[in-house]
Design a protein around this ligand. Structure first.
Ligand code: PEP
Ligand code: MG
Length: 327
């Protein structure tokens, strides 16, 4: 147990810009233990629960019962607040040793995320049933990773619907109205974000993977990692295009990758219409302070200037001069 801090920092429940625009701040959670940090930091919900972690730390796939127990422990402390469960995102950098299918020449372009889940319906169904069962009485969302097409999203959604019918037949209690959505983390998904928005309840931009795939840079490869550039003009423009293409569903669009908690990019995101962020709980306070110090109107001007830049060094000098002076 940590001692009570001598000075209590008052963390506001809600965040608003100086011109009174609400910006929601949710938490990214990897382990059940981290939920406490989300609550302490007054997160408005969990915008990304990375469900693969219980799968990574063991020797076999956890059963439906085990998963139901884990997911309940994520939901209970959050009460009525929304919790987005991202379904299993194995493959790429998250390999499960006991899964023989993980050996591939290009794992980041291989059998990962929703591809693995749709190819292993039994494992996927168990997970969906566990989320739905744990979610009875809670505000639950189910988010699919690595979506690359409308068909893939519909196939995943269909499996959720079928699982709900089966749970009804099994006379089990479950969440009957989960919200369903997709991560936008592939350039293909960014291009069709408007189409995905029409058939989903929410979308979340996973900048970690989106930047990697857009720039074709493997961050885990030392030779090229310095080419991983969140401020690259292509990244800035794609964010704007996603935001524009979801139109009046903008309030259900969030950013859940690391870039969402970068103070240098915050005015750009707000100026591009983003009103929801999900970040590491450690970053919540700083992000809330950041939002409280900005006007959405000024952010629009900043975003307009940044979006027109052609070179990365222009973006860097603009950030140094106008967004983070003295840093
Ligand atoms: C992302 O890709 O931005 C993301 C949030 O997912 P992960 O970091 O778990 O791949
Ligand atoms: Mg990702």
């Amino acid at each position: 147990e940590l001692p009570e801090p001598a000075i209590r920092i008052d963390i506001p429940e809600r965040s608003k810009t100086t011109d009174n625009i609400s910006v929601e701040i949710h938490a990214n959670v990897n382990l059940v233990q981290d939920v406490k940090n989300a609550v302490d930091q007054k997160a408005e919900g969990i915008g990304l629960y990375r469900s693969e972690f219980p799968f990574l730390v063991r020797n076999d796939f956890p059963s439906e019962e085990e998963q139901t127990g884990i997911y309940r422990r994520v939901l209970e402390p959050m009460g009525k607040k929304p919790v987005l469960f991202r379904t299993l995102d194995v493959g790429g950098d998250k390999l499960i040793g006991y899964n023989p299918e993980h050996r591939e020449a290009n794992p980041f372009l291989g059998y990962r995320g929703i591809r693995f889940s749709l190819g292993n319906e039994d494992i996927f169904t168990e997970q969906i049933r566990a989320i739905l069962r744990a979610g009875c009485g809670y505000n639950v969302g189910i988010m699919f990773p690595m979506i690359s097409s409308v068909e893939e999203y519909l196939a995943a959604r269909d499996l959720v619907y079928r699982s709900m019918e089966d749970l009804k037949k099994d006379k089990m209690d479950f969440c009957e109205d989960p919200s369903l959505g997709a991560m936008i983390e592939l350039p293909a998904a960014a291009e069709i974000a408007g189409d995905l928005a029409e058939i989903s309840d929410f979308l979340s931009i996973g900048t970690n993977d989106l930047i990697m795939y857009l720039l074709a840079v493997d961050r885990t490869n030392e030779r090229v990692e310095q080419m991983y550039k969140p401020y690259h003009p292509a990244v800035l423009r794609v964010i704007q295009r996603i935001s524009d293409s979801v139109g009046d569903k903008i309030s259900s669009l969030s950013v859940c990758g690391e870039a969402g908690s970068d103070p240098a990019l915050l005015p750009y995101f707000i100026g591009s219409g983003i009103r929801k962020f999900s970040v590491d709980p450690k970053r919540i306070l700083k992000l809330k302070e950041g939002v409280a110090g900005l006007s959405a109107e000024r952010c629009e001007g900043i975003a307009k200037s940044m979006r027109e830049m052609k070179r990365l060094d222009e973006v860097h000098s603009y950030i140094r001069e106008h967004i983070m002076p003295g840093q």
